[in-house]
Design a protein around this ligand. Structure first.
Ligand code: ADP
Ligand code: MG
Ligand code: ZN
Length: 470
């Protein structure tokens, strides 16, 4: 049977976090009453004139710099003509022949490079809401600034495409230029998929799956297309170049109406806007504001702090988590316990991706550092650290109010031995079981000892002592 290689390229739309729309002063806020952020400009009323939002241009340049693109010294906006109810002007202002940024790249964790063909600036369209057989239109989104980031067809696996999109999301969020919420549509990707026989150089015919708004749907959609196309090719049938939508409930793709697909956009330069000059000074000024980006941070955590790849990846995925970690880590001797507390107790409470992105952690970094410091100074043991941290997360109290002076005093060998005798006296059944060869029974007695000393004893030492006494 012929084996096929997957070829995939992504076109990703990212909504920019400007206060106002790209060509007018209307708010870009998400989730307001429909059609309340609209004006003659974004509704395309006759005689209205667009003015380009400088912040949107600077955000797009930042995205370009983060993705190693070249920035065009002079670009311009173009009209992309099409008639659809979500676009009241009957054209979208976009960039056609000269994008603001071009020829960038990113590298993936497997070392492969994905080329970024271009990043251009454009306006979003309105939102159609299909309801009870009718269609409603909300123009609040109309004119929200977008960048479209187009890759070359460089992905060879589903995992690579997913890693890229996650990296893009994290990077845009680190830059602070987009919140990249897939479920709210501020990050959405069109996925182009084709197959070719392994060893062949020529690209096969591709299909384009529109508007993927979840990582897992994207993976499923690519896998489905991969199977579907392989089925056709193995039967000697052609793959049609077409635009598809993914139906999540059914786990399959279906063609969109071909009318939507057969476009002649009649692009031409937008006559109502000037060209966009970008000076070297502006580019350098923006370059200096770039934060440490996720991959650089991850490498630093691995190389300088000795974290594992997985730990570094988890901690850098969300910028606020990384900041929190760094604030704790600078105040303690080894980052190890900060890593464990964050990836353990704290992550267990930040359940969703949204929770992690918001990173509302009720324990301030200095508090966690103080608690870890007690452990590093040998004043408390790990069990007490963990239980105290849980209480701090529950109650927002300081460890200073939770730990008693005697908790911090350590435990003498006399005290430990007394506790062991007490625990033995208190659990006659477990003692009996233990003498009858039930190893597990010892754990119950040890549990009593550890509770008795509020976790201060070394459990290994305590267990050895118990064995001796028994
Ligand atoms: P168009 O101009 O028709 O939109 P492009 O060549 O500009 O087509 O490509 C659009 C997207 O499709 C890019 O992300 C590109 O990487 C991807 N792409 C192009 N050809 C293929 C192919 N044969 N297989 C998979 N993806 C492709
Ligand atoms: Mg396309
Ligand atoms: Zn407006």
């Amino acid at each position: 049977m012929i084996e096929f290689e997957l070829i995939c390229g992504l076109e990703t739309h990212v909504e920019l976090l400007t206060q106002t729309k790209i060509f007018c002063g209307c708010s870009t806020a998400f989730g307001s009453q429909p059609n309340t952020h609209c004006c003659p400009v974004c509704l395309g009323l006759p005689g209205s004139l667009p003015r380009l939002n400088r912040q949107a241009v600077e955000y797009a340049i930042l995205a370009g710099l983060a993705l190693h693109c070249e920035i065009s010294p002079l670009s311009h906006m173009d009209r992309k003509n099409y008639c659809y109810p979500d676009l009241p002007k009957a054209y979208q202002i976009s960039q056609f022949d000269v994008p603001l940024c071009h020829d960038g790249w990113v590298t993936l964790s497997n070392g492969r490079t994905i080329r970024i063909r271009r990043i251009h600036l454009e306006e979003d369209a309105g939102k159609l809401i299909h309801q009870d057989g009718r269609t409603l239109i909300d123009y609040n989104r109309c004119g929200v600034p977008l960048i479209e980031i187009v890759t070359e067809p460089d992905f060879r696996t589903v995992e690579e495409a997913r890693e890229y999109l996650e990296l893009l999301q994290t990077t845009m969020r680190y830059l602070g230029i987009s919140d990249c919420k897939m479920q709210e549509g501020s990050l959405r990707s069109d996925v182009n998929v084709s197959l070719r026989p392994v060893g062949s150089e020529a690209l096969g015919v591709r299909t384009e799956i529109k508007n993927m708004n979840s990582f897992s749907y994207m993976e499923k959609a690519i896998r489905f297309e991969q199977e579907r196309q392989a089925g056709l090719l193995r039967q000697g049938l052609p793959v049609e170049q077409e635009t598809l939508r993914f139906l999540p409930e059914e786990g399959r793709t279906e063609p969109m109406r071909s009318k939507e697909d057969a476009h002649d956009y009649r692009f031409f330069p937008e006559p109502d806007l000037c060209q966009i000059p970008v000076s070297d000074e502006l580019v350098e000024r923006l370059r200096r504001t770039l934060p440490e980006l996720p991959q650089a941070k991850q490498n630093r955590y691995q190389q300088e702090l000795g974290l594992s790849e997985e730990e570094a990846r988890l901690l850098t995925r969300y910028r606020k988590i990384a900041c929190y970690f760094e604030e704790v880590a600078t105040e303690i001797q080894s980052p190890k316990y900060a890593v464990n507390c964050i990836l353990g107790q704290i992550f267990r409470r930040l359940k969703t991706e949204d929770d992690k992105e918001r990173a509302e952690i009720p324990v301030p970094p200095a508090e966690l550092a103080g608690l870890i410091g007690l452990l590093e100074d040998g004043k408390i043991r790990i069990d007490l650290l963990k239980s105290t941290l849980e209480t701090m997360l529950d109650t927002q109290k300081s460890w200073k109010d939770l730990l008693r002076p005697e908790d911090l005093a350590g435990i003498s060998s006399e005290q430990l031995e007394a506790l062991c005798w007490q625990a033995i006296a208190d659990s006659p059944k477990a003692v009996n079981d233990y003498h009858n060869g039930k190893e597990k029974a010892l754990k119950a007695i040890l549990g009593l000892v550890m509770r008795g000393c509020r976790g201060k004893a070394d459990p290994i030492e305590a267990e050895a002592l118990l064995r001796k006494l028994l």
